[in-house]
Design a protein around this ligand. Sequence first.
Ligand SMILES: Nc1ccn([C@@H]2O[C@H](COP(=O)(O)OP(=O)(O)OP(=O)(O)O)[C@@H](O)[C@H]2O)c(=O)n1
Ligand SMILES: C[C@](O)(CO)[C@H](O)COP(=O)(O)O
Length: 211
Amino acid sequence: MMYSAIILCAGSGKRTGLGYNKMFYQLQGETVYEKTVNVFLHDKRCEEIIIVCKKEEQSHFKKLLNKKCMKFVEGGKERQDSVYEGLKHVTSDYVMIHDGARPFVKKDLLDRLVVGMEEHKAVLAMVPCKDTIKRVKDGKVVETLIRSELMQAQTPQAFDTVLIRNAYKEAIENNIQATDDASMLELQGKDVYVVEGDYDNIKITTKEDLK
Ligand SMILES: Nc1ccn([C@@H]2O[C@H](COP(=O)(O)OP(=O)(O)OP(=O)(O)O)[C@@H](O)[C@H]2O)c(=O)n1
Ligand SMILES: C[C@](O)(CO)[C@H](O)COP(=O)(O)O
């Protein structure tokens, strides 16, 4: 099965406190974006990579500018706007949507997602919650959730292209906000399936993650 990858790089990285987009942070001799994109570049099933970035930062993606399978698309205000812009340019029947800020994604996880996609139209990587999660309001605990039922959503999230593009179109047109891609289908009552994620596949979000 061949797929397109959308790599989201159009954020600001404010929570890292770096003062610049964390995509350009140097990590083990490479930038974050290179480390992320290389995993997809080395996967033969990935036939197209769509980098969603800020227009003024496109020229900073130096290592990718001349690669054949690469497209650059201008991002939007929120993550979901950037995803929707990327989806408009997908040409494969299947698409994986991935945060550029998750550079530790591994080929094994892509394998699990491809197997999942062969059976289902929507799959995402998740890991079981390790901590106890409580709902809190005004500094007071309202509820303790049942941990055995809770999982943390990661990316990549993989979909039938038409299905996810239509879900995003409907959400954007109706001003619906969601923090991940699978939610767009869940809101339409569509089935979403889970493959085993990887605890190492962290999202670089705050300065602690940079360490
Ligand atoms: N308008 C946006 C916002 C986010 N992203 C991307 O979505 C991923 C997850 O977002 P997040 O961690 O929130 O990144 P930033 O927006 O860069 O961080 P912050 O919220 O701290 O500014 C990142 O790869 C980021 O580049 C994007 O493409 N377009
Ligand atoms: C999509 C995501 O990475 C799943 O955990 C997450 O929801 C993105 O959140 P962010 O606030 O846009 O970084």
